[in-house]
Design a protein around this ligand. Structure first.
Ligand code: MN
Length: 202
């Protein structure tokens, strides 16, 4: 049923700030093995994998003694690169995906276009600077890096919420659900590229 025989990718990226190995399978079951070095980010990526049904393995060693910025941003970069690579020509996919996900009092919305045109619209106000040990401002950095490197248009909007953990988790679950829809093979597309231009290369 998948658009191509294999929609997997592995990316290895090493800089003076981070050393990351990431692999994913778009036609997975939501299994993940995460070792980012940041507990809260692992928790969020588990939710993303589970709700996108994308199998995800991340092993990262970053300069966490400075702060979490480089590691979070670079994992976003590599996740985006891997998604783009695994999608290939983007034949037969639904292309658009959206989800509105409640988590107790929090309500998060994500809308995705696998467009080839990188864009992030981020409207997620956090009332506090930290959730766990993680700076809440880094979530925007993560999703910007992801969207830019995946070549997708991504809108994330918080509709309601006060608890920082619920807000962050609702956002990752919403993105996961939207991704699941957008990358899913659409049997009616019969392997065609879902664009009137005939290309989603950007
Ligand atoms: Mn949680």
């Amino acid at each position: 049923m998948s658009a191509s025989p294999s929609r997997r990718a592995e990316i290895v990226r090493k800089t003076s700030e981070t050393d990351i190995r990431l692999s994913l399978d778009l036609d997975g079951t939501g299994r993940s093995e995460l070792a980012s070095g940041i507990g809260f980010l692992d928790h969020m990526l588990t939710a993303l994998s589970k709700h996108s049904l994308i199998d995800l393995t991340v092993a990262a060693k970053g300069d966490l003694h400075i702060d979490f910025h480089h590691t979070v941003e670079d994992i976003g970069i590599v996740l985006g690169q891997a998604l783009n690579k695994a999608l290939g020509e983007k034949r037969g996919i639904r292309r658009y995906g959206s989800a509105l996900v409640p988590m107790d009092e929090a309500l998060a919305e994500a809308a995705i276009d696998i467009s080839g045109r990188p864009f992030l619209a981020w409207t997620v106000p956090f009332a506090r600077d930290k959730v766990g040990e993680m700076d809440t401002e880094l979530f925007e950095e993560f999703f910007r890096a992801f969207a830019m490197n995946a070549g997708i248009t991504l809108h994330i909007t918080l509709k309601a919420g006060t608890n920082q953990h619920h807000i962050a988790e609702g956002v990752f679950k919403a993105v996961g659900r939207a991704l699941r829809m957008a990358v899913e093979p659409d049997p009616r597309m019969a392997g065609a590229i879902p664009s009137t231009k005939g290309s989603l290369a950007g």
